[in-house]
Design a protein around this ligand. Structure first.
Ligand SMILES: [Mn+2]
Length: 364
């Protein structure tokens, strides 16, 4: 431990870390120690299972595939790397290289009964692994690679960097430490993870380190114009119309500091839209000048309600409110699943948000 800390200290003094603030430097020094455990575990593994949370996003898929490409390319001792998710796969990321090789738990028929090593990326809690959970827990060794503040350290090895903007940034740091050279495929996947989790480099998590990482990814072959177009400029008509409809019916509290939209199954059917087409709606509500907290309530197929929530200020921690209902995420972007119907869920959640907003407004 001491040995690694001294190496970390030396590296930090080397001038390669100009973009790091002090919190990031300390986090990096601590991470180096954990990276060693991870790298040693990879060295011993012949079969690897990579999984992530249900309802994967750009960071989830980009990090999974980035790892897959890197391990296959640089670790000849590894015989197979299976990327598997539970539940539906969104269409929006079909441009990612290797995306077709991601298996779905529901239909995968070639999985091993036990893997040497399971890696979970971008997932804060084992509950969110869905059907992949027994494979993660049954593997001989496991690593939990993530950046969510609410992460409950469920792996045997936990590389959880809460100062990182994206799991793809954590993946980049690990690959750098493993001295695996990047190529265009790895870079495209990791770039996608970072661009999606920083909202296109707009959120407060867009640090100098993020920009340095991004620069390295572009140098390695990621094409920002192409990736941006695939992510943001190719929305299906049903998505635009669904969101226009939901936005038109957005409701507000008295002083319009809380805005919420309700998406029922009926509304989705009316527009011929799928659950994934709701992505981005909560940001549209957050963008309204008076809004401090934006919420989207989505009725799920099983009749319970999923919440997606955003805070417009560092002073309101919506991840804590989601924790009350068993959810979590980041301070300014979080979510949960409520065991209430789409009509009851707002009544349960909104008073708690009202209280949070009042507390914030009372402080000068
Ligand atoms: Mn993420």
């Amino acid at each position: 431990m001491r040995f690694w800390l001294s190496i970390a200290w030396e590296k930090l003094g080397s001038g390669n870390f100009a973009g790091y603030n002090i919190v990031q430097k300390i986090a990096f020094a601590r991470s180096l120690v954990i990276y060693e455990d991870f790298i040693a575990a990879i060295g011993e593994a012949r079969t690897i299972f990579i999984t992530a949370h249900v309802g994967p996003d750009g960071d989830t898929l980009g990090s999974m595939l980035g790892f897959k490409f890197a391990l296959e390319k640089a670790c000849p001792h590894i015989q197979r790397v299976d990327c598997v998710i539970s539940g539906k796969m969104p269409d929006a990321y079909s441009f990612l290289p290797g995306i077709k090789e991601i298996l779905r738990m529901e239909t995968a028929s070639t999985l091993l009964t036990q893997y040497d090593m399971a890696i979970s990326v971008d997932c804060g809690s084992p509950d969110r692994l869905g059907l992949a959970r027994p494979y993660f827990e049954g593997a001989k060794n496991s690593a939990n690679i993530d950046h969510h503040i609410s992460n409950d350290r469920f792996g045997k090895i936990n590389v959880v960097e809460t100062t990182a903007a994206a799991s793809a940034e954590v993946a980049f740091d690990i690959l750098k430490e493993m001295r695996i050279p990047l190529d265009a495929n790895i870079a495209t996947c990791l770039y996608t993870g970072i661009v999606t989790d920083t909202g296109g480099f707009k959120y407060g998590n867009t640090t100098a380190k993020v920009m340095e990482t991004t620069a390295a990814l572009i140098s390695a072959g990621a094409n920002p114009e192409y990736i941006f177009k695939q992510l943001y400029e190719e929305q299906p008509l049903c998505q635009v119309m669904l969101q226009a409809d939901a936005l038109l019916h957005t409701r507000f509290n008295a002083d319009k500091t809380i805005g919420w939209a309700v998406v029922t199954r009926e509304l989705l059917t009316q527009h011929g839209a799928l659950d994934e087409h709701i992505d981005g709606l909560v940001e549209s509500i957050r963008r309204i000048d008076s809004v401090l907290v934006a919420v989207v309530f989505k009725e799920t197929e099983s009749g319970i309600t999923k919440i997606s929530i955003r805070s417009d200020t560092h002073d309101i921690d919506v991840s804590a409110v989601m924790g009350v209902f068993g959810g979590g995420g980041h301070k300014m972007a979080a979510g949960c699943t409520m065991e209430f119907s789409i009509t009851d869920a707002p009544e349960k959640l909104l008073p708690l948000l009202e209280e949070k907003v009042r507390q914030k407004l009372l402080v000068p």
